[in-house]
Ligand binder design. Structure first.
Ligand code: HEC
Length: 89
């Protein structure tokens, strides 16, 4: 990734993540725990595909937690979250 992260976009996604408790299950450093996968530094396109998949049910989790999380969220939220998470170390 050669581009410098867009600070405003990173901040918006960070707030979104806190509102939706992403940092609760995935840990505050997004490194995951037990059955909750690591998000930090994963590929942006992979993260986006996973979030869209939970929303449209094309990706079935081992449990329903993520489907519940993304249920009320918008596609633009997924785009910002994927952007943010992929740029975390
Ligand atoms: C209630 C706990 C919980 C919350 C809140 C939560 N997650 Fe998850 N997340 C999980 C679990 C459990 C999995 C693994 C599910 C599975 O089996 O696919 C997962 C999987 C994922 C994956 C797939 C990762 C991979 O490597 O395949 C992504 C991306 C993800 N979560 C993003 C998010 C984002 C973004 C948020 C906030 C909007 C969020 N999660 C909030 C529990 C949670």
């Amino acid at each position: 990734m050669s581009d410098t992260p867009d600070a405003a976009r990173m901040e918006r996604a960070r707030a979104l993540s806190q509102q939706n408790h992403c940092n609760f299950c995935h840990q505050s450093n997004y490194a995951g725990q037990e059955n909750v996968p690591r998000l930090a530094g994963q590929r942006e396109d992979y993260l986006l595909k996973a979030l869209r998949g939970y929303k449209d049910n094309s990706r079935r989790g081992y449990d329903a937690q993520m489907s519940e999380v993304v249920y009320a969220m918008k596609d633009e939220d997924f785009v910002d979250l994927a952007y943010f998470l992929a740029r975390l170390k």
